[in-house]
Structures are given as structure tokens and as C-alpha cells.
Design a binder for this molecule. Structure first.
Ligand code: UN1
Length: 498
């Protein structure tokens, strides 16, 4: 099947619908500015219908044995696997990441859905001893009900699937509101579940703006949990809004992720890692390596190596497998990144890049050079999340200073250290304030079977993925079964119980 422009509706109660007078918006290929798809600009009314459908579908889905729910997920992973090539291309065309990463985004979805399918046969509770005789104590996990999944554009299939697959296997029903910029990827994710045989109403899909669709979802009293990935400013608003309804709000927000390069590091290994970490996905990952903290003894030589390699680094058509970096995702992204580059020019030394690329095919898209600044720690570019191909390099005198600099930012998602010294590696695992630490690998590339998330302003304490993914989407119920046939009083009878 070849790729062509498509129109999409909303998916509510198992049917694709386009409300008669709906306004529409289009998504755009950031490499060419060609339209990719057309979507409904959803209204509060659409949200209300989607939530009603999810609520209606909830009792039957909750009653469906968890292993059976897992089977639907397993089928979804198979369907997605069979569509991997086209889906990867869709990611690249709509979001701009290079095709190997577009396919990686889809593979991460497949991996996670498969992993969560198995959760249908786990969903562990606990059994614990009672302080009384003839009494049995255990916990069970129960679904929450209708959950809202609000997702960003940078991992347009993987992040939706982290949320949707985990929510579904736990027995919740979902209303999914994706980033407008990657609505086609999101719609195709929904089709995967539809084609896998998910019952009507269990997954619903409403496109539109965060201010209208997102807010209506968060405000709806029937929505019990909101799972949000995006920027820190929006995250604060989502949290505050959800708090009014005393909802569980799960937040995955920004990062300012450091790679520490020690004097004993394997520099060739680190070179590949830093390039991939900083300029993979054009730096538009929450986990992107946006800071390089380098020991003074290897500072000059490593920067030489880095700039030399960047001379051969190609920026261009993300569908061409030889391209190193594609466009940034949108006009807004381009504007914001170029503004940060201007800030950097004033407060730091531009070492490489720094320009918007123009001429020929570049004029049709949003292309920015991979950019490196040499800076002191404490400048805006060294502390604020840019979410683009901009790396700030900071020179340090030793390990203690490196860790101090690494930790002195508002975020704490990912972190890395390159060193050959096993003691120092373990010390860094202990010292780095982040939800994720890599040793001798860059800050990106988390695997789905481990928890994903961070500390400080990266979130509010939750984790996605891994076996703990179910925490966000279940209520724990504590159960006490007394088979003594008499009233036993905890805390009161325990001493004397016969
Ligand atoms: C994100 O940037 O929001 O670890 C997610 C990684 C990917 C996920 C990134 N597996 O880089």
C-alpha cells in the first residue's frame, strides 16, 4: 500500500464518525510541508460522547478476564507488526524523524503491546499474613474506569501505546487525545486495536486542540485518571485542572539530560553515543542528550572529534536511509529552537552549526543544523529544555564537579556517564539525580520492560512501562477474609486470639 493523503474521523463507540458541521485541520510533513491527513477539530460535545461510550463499554471490559484482554493486545501487536513498514513511513512523513527511527518508534510500540499482553496473566496482587487466626489477607488490582490518554508528537506511536496498552490490559476503557501534529499516526494506532478485535467503546479517539478537547476530557467527572506526556508548562496546567476533580494525574514532562565524559572514557564509543543521543530525532526526545559535561583532560580532543564527525553528518530527507538527521517537527518547533540558538549566541560560544538550512529541498521544510555551544554551566541554554538539535558542552575539572553540574537543573529524566572505572560508574548510578542512568551509552534508548520516568520537574513521581506500568491504571483493593466464624477484632484481639 502506498502512502497518500487521507481524511479521518473521530472513533467513538467502535465507529468512525465525522460530525456533519465539523471543522477540520490538517497535519503537515515537516520535510516538505505537504499535507499528510485531515482530521476533525473536536468539540466538548465530541468529548462527552466519547466519554459516554467509554463508560458504557467499561463494565463488560472489566468483566472480561485479564488474560483474554491480553489476547486482544497480542493480536494488536501482530497487526502492528504486519503494518510496521507503512506505519514507520507514516511516522517519518508526519513527524520528520529519520526512517530508521520511525521504524524504531513502531517497534517500541510492538514491544510494549506484547509485553503488556503478558501482563494479562500477571496483574499481581499480594498475599500477606494476618495478625489473627483463620483470616486471609490479599490485594487485588481493579481497573479505574474511564481513563484519558493525552500524548505528544515526538513518539507518535510509542507513547500512545505505552499508555493505551497498559490501560486496556488493566481493564480500563480509554479516550485518547493525541497531539494535533501527529494525528494520523494516532489514528493508525487506533485502527490497529480496532482490527485486532477490541470491543466497541473500549478505545475512543478524539482529535483537536489541548485547550478544548484536552481540557474537556480532564474536566469530565467520569474520567478518573489522566495520563499526560508533554511539556512542563502544560503539565502544570493539566495537574492543576485534574486536581479540582481529585483525579490521579500521571505526568511525563521534560528533561535536560547530561552525558558525563570522564578522562578515562573510550572516546570513540562516546562519540557515537553523544551524536546519537544529541541529534537522534533531531534532539526532540525527552531523553535527548542536551548537555555534555566533559573532563578538562579530554575536552579539546573530544570536541575536535565531535565537530569533525559532524562535518560528515547529513541533514535532509528523513526517508533516505543515509540521512543522519531530518527536519524538526514543525514551524513552531523551528521558531523555538532558533530563538534558543540566538540566546546561545549571546551567552556562549557557538562551536558548530547554529543556522537554519536553506536552499533547494531545505526551503520546503524545517531544517536546522546540528548545533554545539561551548558554555559555562548556568546559562539558559545549559539549563532549559530546548527540544531540538542543540548540545551544550560544559568543561569540568573532575567527577565531583561533573555530578554537581549534572544535577543542577530542574529536570531529572535521563543521565549517562562514560568511564572505564567500575567504581566511578556505580558511584554515578548512586549520585545522578534522574529516573534513568546509562553507563557507557547515551541518554536515549530506554527499553520497554523497565520503568520510564523521572524525578524533579520531569513528573510527579509515577513511572510508565515496565512491570510498574499497571500502577497508574489500577486501584489496589485490600481484601480480608475471616473464616473463623466469629467476630475477631484486629488490633484488639490479636494478643489473646486462640
Ligand atoms: C521520549 O522522549 O519522550 O528512551 C520517549 C528513549 C525512547 C523513548 C523516549 N525509548 O529515548
Amino acid at each position: 500500500m502506498s502512502f497518500k493523503f487521507e481524511e479521518y474521523g473521530l472513533f467513538i463507540g467502535g465507529r468512525w464518525t465525522s460530525p456533519a458541521k465539523a471543522k477540520r485541520f490538517e497535519t503537515v510533513n515537516p520535510a516538505t510541508k505537504q499535507a499528510v491527513g485531515s482530521f476533525v477539530l473536536g468539540t466538548p460535545d465530541d468529548v462527552a460522547r466519547a466519554v459516554a461510550a467509554a463508560q458504557k463499554a467499561f463494565p463488560a471490559w472489566k468483566e472480561t478476564p485479564a488474560p483474554k484482554r491480553g489476547e486482544v493486545l497480542l493480536e494488536a501487536s501482530r497487526v502492528l507488526k504486519s503494518r510496521k513498514a507503512l506505519m514507520g513511513e507514516t511516522v517519518t512523513r508526519e513527524m520528520g524523524k529519520v526512517i530508521s527511527e520511525g521504524l524504531g518508534d513502531v517497534q517500541e510500540s510492538i514491544d510494549f503491546i506484547e509485553y503488556m499482553a503478558g501482563e494479562g496473566r500477571r496483574l499481581f496482587g499480594e498475599t500477606v499474613p494476618s495478625e489473627l487466626r483463620s483470616k486471609f489477607c490479599l490485594t487485588v488490582r481493579q481497573p479505574k474506569g474511564v481513563v484519558a490518554c493525552i500524548t505528544p508528537w515526538n513518539f507518535p506511536t510509542a507513547i500512545p501505546n505505552w499508555k493505551i496498552a497498559a490501560a486496556l490490559v488493566c481493564g480500563n476503557t480509554v479516550v485518547f487525545k493525541p497531539a494535533t501534529a501527529t494525528a494520523r499516526c494516532a489514528a493508525e494506532v487506533v485502527k490497529v486495536y480496532e482490527d485486532a478485535g477490541l470491543p466497541p467503546g473500549v478505545l475512543n479517539f478524539v482529535t483537536g486542540s489541548g485547550g478544548v478537547v484536552g481540557n474537556a476530557l480532564i474536566d469530565d467527572p467520569r474520567v478518573r485518571t489522566v495520563s499526560f506526556t508533554g511539556g512542563v508548562d502544560t503539565g502544570r496546567e493539566v495537574y492543576a485542572r485534574g486536581a479540582k476533580g481529585l483525579k490521579m494525574v500521571h505526568l511525563e514532562l521534560g528533561g535536560k539530560n547530561p552525558v558525563i565524559l570522564m578522562e578515562d572514557a573510550d572516546l570513540r564509543l562516546a562519540l557515537d553515543g553523544v551524536l546519537f543521543g544529541a541529534f537522534g530525532t533531531a534532539g526532540q526526545r525527552c531523553t535527548a542528550t542536551s548537555r555534555l559535561i566533559v573532563h578538562e583532560k579530554v575536552y579539546d580532543v573530544f570536541l575536535e572529534m565531535l565537530t569533525e564527525r559532524l562535518e560528515q553528518f547529513s541533514v535532509g530527507d528523513p526517508l533516505d536511509p543515509s540521512t543522519g538527521m531530518g527536519p524538526v517537527a514543525s514551524a513552531d518547533q523551528e521558531k523555538k529552537i532558533l530563538a534558543y540558538i540566538e540566546i546561545g549566541r549571546k551567552e556562549a560560544k557557538l562551536r558548530y552549526g547554529g543556522r537554519k538550512l536553506t536552499g533547494g529541498a531545505y526551503d520546503r521544510g524545517y531544517f536546522i543544523e546540528p548545533t554545539i555551544f561551548e558554555t559555562k554551566h548556568g546559562t539558559r541554554i545549559s539549563k532549559e529544555e530546548i527540544f531540538g538539535p542543540v548540545l551544550s558542552v560544559v568543561k569540568v575539572g573532575g567527577y565531583e564537579e561533573a555530578v554537581r553540574v549534572a544535577n543542577d537543573v530542574e529536570y531529572g529524566l535521563s543521565s549517562a556517564i562514560y568511564t572505564q572505572d567500575v567504581n566511578r560508574a556505580f558511584r554515578a548510578i548512586q549520585d545522578l539525580e534522574a529516573g534513568i542512568t546509562y553507563v557507557n551509552a547515551p541518554t536515549i534508548g530506554a527499553e520497554v520492560q523497565l520503568p520510564f520516568g523521572g524525578i524533579k520537574n520531569t513528573g510527579n513521581g509515577g513511572r510508565e512501562a515496565g512491570s510498574v506500568a499497571v500502577e497508574e491504571f489500577t486501584e489496589l483493593k485490600s481484601v480480608f477474609v475471616d473464616f473463623s466464624s466469629k467476630l475477631q477484632k484486629a488490633q484488639i484481639d490479636s494478643e489473646t486470639a486462640a
